[in-house]
Ligand binder design. Sequence first.
Ligand code: HSE
Length: 443
Amino acid sequence: MTAIRPLQRYREAVVQIRVGLLGCGVVGAALVRLLSEQREVIAARTGIDLSIARIAVRSPERGRGLDVDQSVFTADADAAVAGEDIDVVVEVMGGIDPARALLGRALELGKPVVTANKELLATHGAELFAAADAAGVDLLFEAAVGGAVPLIRPLRESLVGEPVERVVGIVNGTTNYVLTQMAETGASYEQALGEAQSLGYAEADPTADVEGHDAGAKAAIIATIAYGAWVPAAAVACEGITGVTAHDMEMAARFGYVVKPVAVVERSGGAGGDLELAVRVHPAMLPARHPLASVRGSFNAVLVEGGAAGEIMLYGRGAGGRPTASAVLGDLVDAAVNRSTGSAGRIGKLGRARIRPIDELESAFYISLDVVDRPGVLAAVADVFGRHRVSIRALEQHGLGADARIVFITHRARERDVGATLAELGRLEVVNELGSVIRVMGE
Ligand code: HSE
């Protein structure tokens, strides 16, 4: 019997597409390796032979142990964009400058761009999307949100006609790892973060992750693509996980919740009129049965709630060189195929959206208070909640004497009213300390 040799069938139809790669860190090096492994398969399946023509790096002389000729490395980033031998530009250098100018130049030259740069897209995306639209070329960025998890393409292609009501995601692996460890081992925030750092999940300076900025940029990109309207990172209300305590974790479990770092993008207000969105990032208590509650460790997942499709959940590895390179390579093949056929997957013209201030949103809340334990204290505290129209659903008291702690779960209430409640509680003589305040979702 003759062995099937699928690659042979396509050999003659192969189109050469040469790649200019900007950056060769963890993701760039993983991309070069993955492409080298998959090159033949890609050629067989698509008729495109992808090769790396140039790699722009700061130190071209440094050995990187990659299966490319050393002469491919250059310090001249412009040559990796504008060179005549470059058909598609892939950017994995990160940061705003010089990536912004380099990608702008690539698009101006009519070259498709693939990028993993969430910070750039969430800050200057409008300018880059408009440049790609004007040039009629691809600007693809699957790797910018959720690493290997295919999210951008489903949102912009499969779900383009879907009335998306809400997207709720765990889009930061570091914070998901930290909160999972706290919940499962009883570790403090500091202990869990230290562990995340020693395992290489968290950076030496974890600020962007733990303060919610990384997830905020991703939420902005999700909002832009899910609703076809430009939402910059600056419009996203971000709250980090640094205030979550081991006691909150214990209480969450007692009430049947799991604390997760969520990004929420939702249509807000009634139908008709201008598009209004609410976009925010914060830790949240989710019921243990919620689909995102079982997303543990450094994994990412995104739950799309559509008016027609219902719930769709996408799950996988949100970070790491090889998973992220997988998403970049998928985009690269797409861009190369489009380039060879003279088409492009457009984002189209982005509209505008009003971003609803977080003060106007509603949520249920978990609130922890350290109070003096004596007759009348609960009545005084409950009176403050009541006067600000914040209704209590459940409460539990721990400790005695001077060290009592009461935790409350409220019904849904306006953020502004909860803020006013907390301000007044903080002034009560019987309240020793305002503890954690965590939104409760999915009830
Ligand atoms: N630092 C991010 C995370 C990965 O922990 O998920 C890159 O976006």
